[in-house]
Design a protein around this ligand. Structure first.
Ligand code: BGC
Length: 269
């Protein structure tokens, strides 16, 4: 059972194709041991995902490790409230209770984009940015995190704002670019409308763009012509795990962050 790195919180990121976990060194925001990845069970239903979560914890977490798990939906007091891109049976699932029962101790459950956003502000491209940072993840859907002066304001769900009369993520997500085989220029035109809408609504200090496509940032970010600075995420595919581990550690009272920042209000969401 105690095969992991004692003292390090363990983060788990539940995605459409894989569920990944690693212990995280909070001093650096880096993995303290290799990441383990298990394919998401077909359908990705709660009990099957919980089995994988338990397997990852068993394989890689210290017995006393704080555990944080991301879910790609709204999470309110541990219960999942939306399921835009996951099985609908997640809606109403008390994920904290489900995972706790499987792994045998407390767990924090957090929206995937909220976890990634917090990680970017603590350790990545928005590190030490004051004021409002809006982190968006462009993937199958669009995830978002609002972080104000380092404090996460959870469940912003800006991917579901209405744009041109429709759900924004159905027009601007990276999956739409891939499915419609849009050129970078054509996709950037849709993204421009999206980020301008966010600018008008929120006047952030900085946008951070995450998701796998952020590695191609030079091909589309310069085409957006926004008033607000916009930068690619730097943690890339580690951000969800790192953010989940940070929140788990904070909920359990461990000092976190490079400068030992104080607790986040989202830690118990
Ligand atoms: C969900 C969000 C999630 C995002 C990225 C959206 O469809 O509503 O909760 O963060 O996809 O996975």
């Amino acid at each position: 059972m105690t095969t992991g790195t004692t003292g390090h919180p363990f983060g788990i990121d539940f995605g459409g194709s894989g569920i990944k976990g690693a212990p995280v060194d909070l001093a650096t925001g880096e993995f303290a041991a290799d990441r383990t990845r298990i394919a998401t069970p077909p359908g990705g239903r709660p009990t099957e995902v919980a089995d994988v979560v338990a397997e990852l914890v068993e394989a890689g977490a210290a017995a006393d490790a704080a555990v944080g798990v991301t879910v790609p939906g709204v999470v309110s007091h541990g219960t999942v409230r939306s399921a835009a891109n996951i099985d609908r049976s997640w809606i109403g699932t008390d994920a904290v209770a489900l995972f706790r029962e499987r792994i045998g101790h407390d767990v924090v459950v957090v929206n995937d984009a909220d976890a990634a956003g917090l990680a970017e502000v603590r350790y990545g491209s928005a590190r030490d940015q004051a004021g409002l940072v809006v982190v968006t993840t462009l993937g199958t859907g669009i995830g978002s995190a609002l972080v104000y002066d380092g404090v996460l304001v959870p469940s912003s769900e800006l991917g579901h704002l209405e744009m041109h009369g429709k759900d924004a993520e159905k027009q601007a997500a990276n999956s739409v670019r891939e499915r419609k085989e849009l050129s970078w220029k054509a996709w950037a035109e849709v993204l421009r409308d999206y980020y301008r809408m966010l600018e008008r609504l929120l006047s952030p200090e900085l946008f951070v763009v995450g998701g796998g496509v952020s590695k191609h940032a030079p091909k589309f970010l310069p085409l957006l012509e926004l008033d607000t600075p916009i930068v690619p995420a730097t943690l890339r595919n580690t951000a969800g795990i790192v953010g989940a581990a940070v929140l788990a550690a904070e909920a359990s009272g461990t000092r976190t962050g490079p400068a030992g920042r104080s607790r986040s209000r989202a830690a118990r969401s």
